[in-house]
Design a protein around this ligand. Structure first.
Ligand code: ADP
Length: 321
């Protein structure tokens, strides 16, 4: 290599200090040869890299860079397309689930109205029964719309909460009242148990009613006819614990990790062909976390599920505004 081009040389000792000569700046070190006479010394040869070699190196470098850029571009595009497809699939499933959910109360109201308008003589009690059923179906429809709207609000930021000292039992009783028609249709009884009396906590009444109603809705949906759903409240000086347990199929350990994700529907939903949107628990989690609390699920002794909401009794001063 050196015979074909001008070169420079120097001698360095064992500590790499110059003994003689030095390569000028811009000169690359090309080879070192040990001295046979003085063992610690080395001859260092250097020279300019020939321009052909340099231009080859540049050309290879540019090509490699281009290939790397193309491959990473391709990977990004493939990932983007995959994500789009997954999102499209989720969107389709969501639209079809929501339409199914909306359809059943609408069909219910239509049937009830047909019965009322057949012209048959109905007793005041019977008519009242039909009106209450229509009211319950419309409430259900309203709750579904609210659920979808809440998800949309969550997507654009946090939900605003209005914290106030509230009797928890009153909130739970209201949530039970909302779910009663579905429970009665399946002869499911809902039992409320408040061990330490009636605790008061700083909560957003409407958001917690919604969250408990979602848990009760699931407990009723996934349980079989004639079973019992229990709500248990406990409180100490710092925290409030609300347990909603049922005698249904329970939640498998794989599902436990994911059921709080938006749109996720677990094994129970498919296995028992239960309708839903996969939104309920994601909303419950958002509300509970908005209250600086946690939500967890575990199995009951009978194999059903128990959802535990843990909420602080007091909210931080900064959240009161
Ligand atoms: P949805 O019920 O509409 O599917 P959710 O977000 O409320 O959506 O629940 C997510 C999943 O968690 C459900 O699909 C179901 O698999 C599981 N799940 C929720 N509650 C219960 C319950 N009480 N018993 C058994 N499985 C449940």
């Amino acid at each position: 290599l050196l015979s074909e081009q001008p070169f420079e040389s120097e001698i360095r000792d064992a500590s790499d200090r110059h003994v003689w000569g030095s390569l000028s700046s811009g000169t690359a070190e090309l080879q070192r040869v040990g001295s046979r006479v003085i063992r610690e010394w080395e001859f260092v040869f250097g020279g300019l890299i020939p321009s052909t070699v340099r231009s080859d190196v540049i050309a290879y470098g540019v090509i490699t860079l281009l290939i790397i850029m193309m491959l990473s571009g391709l990977a990004v595009t493939v990932r983007g397309v995959k994500r789009e497809m997954e999102l499209g699939k989720l969107q389709n499933e969501f639209v079809s689930a929501v339409s199914h959910e909306f359809k059943s109360p609408i069909t219910g109201v239509r049937l009830l109205l047909e019965r009322l308008s057949t012209g048959k003589e109905l007793s005041a009690e019977q008519s009242q029964g039909y009106f209450s059923a229509i009211d319950a179906e419309l409430n259900r429809l309203e709750r579904l719309v609210n659920r979808v709207l809440m998800v949309q609000k969550l997507q654009t930021g946090h939900l605003p909460y209005l914290f106030a000292q509230t009797s928890v039992v009153v909130v739970l009783e209201r949530a039970i009242g909302l779910i009663k028609p579905q429970a009665e249709a399946k002869q499911i009884s809902i039992v409320l148990n408040a061990e330490n009396g009636a605790p008061v906590a700083e909560i957003d009444e409407s958001a917690i009613t919604d969250a408990v109603e979602n848990l009760l809705d699931n407990a009723v949906k996934y349980s079989s006819n004639g079973s019992t759903v229990r709500i248990n409240i406990e409180a100490d000086s710092d925290f409030l614990f609300v347990d909603v347990s049922d005698e249904g199929p329970g939640v498998s350990s794989e599902d436990r990790e994911r059921i709080f994700e938006k749109f996720y529907r677990g094994a129970a939903a498919n296995q028992y062909d239960v309708r839903g949107t996969g939104l309920g628990l994601s909303l419950v989690k958002a509300v509970v976390e908005g209250h600086h609390g946690t939500i967890k699920v575990r199995s009951t002794k009978s194999g059903g599920s128990c959802f535990r909401m843990k909420l602080p009794i007091h909210q931080p001063e900064s959240d009161h505004a």
